[in-house]
Design a protein around this ligand. Sequence first.
Ligand code: ADP
Ligand code: MG
Ligand code: MG
Length: 211
Amino acid sequence: VAEVSLDELVAWLRGFQKLVADNRVYLTELDSAVGDADHGANMDRGMAAVVTKLDEAPATALDDLFKRTGMTLVSTVGGASGPLYGTFFLRLGTSLGASSAASATELGAALRAGLEGVVQRGKAEAGDKTMYDALAPALDAFDGVAGSGGSAAEAAHAAFEAAAAGRDATAPLVARKGRASYLGERSAGHLDPGATSTALLFQALDEALGG
Ligand code: ADP
Ligand code: MG
Ligand code: MG
């Protein structure tokens, strides 16, 4: 089974940047309903900075790629999403190490380490109406495919579908974490912004690994 290359994972991050930029207004609209109307601006600023750094100095290995991405997000994005996405990518880098390719199961394990970092930082659980609700089912789907011998491309496609379903399932939920929780029952009836950007993250992975 073919490994996922450094170039493909660079393409993942560049593709995520494009999707975030294209959806900047939409993500901010979602956050205006349940938060402070900055999620699109936050993610766009952060991912634009990531791409600028990659243009200045190409990534030399998987840990270099993801650790720089994480540190850039932590330092350029305020609010909840900067440290959460930042930690996610830092953990990916630690898990993948100084190699230039990863198997589907190695990538799955790295994504799982990223989720664990998000949970350590934000303490979110299933149904809290956060990015966790897109991320956790995406990783379960990824592991299900990769664990039964599927390719990384097949696993990424299943992960995207599960992330999108998880995103959609946040709409009726009452938020229990982050700013949206201040709204109580009034947070119900709106998609979670972070779950929506997380679905874009897996859309980008699906596209980068061959759609
Ligand atoms: P802020 O809320 O600080 O303005 P953003 O608007 O950029 O930050 O990001 C909001 C998103 O962050 C939410 O939609 C949610 O998905 C995610 N989020 C907030 N708090 C948590 C948490 N404790 N755990 C996981 N995700 C969280
Ligand atoms: Mg916000
Ligand atoms: Mg904010």
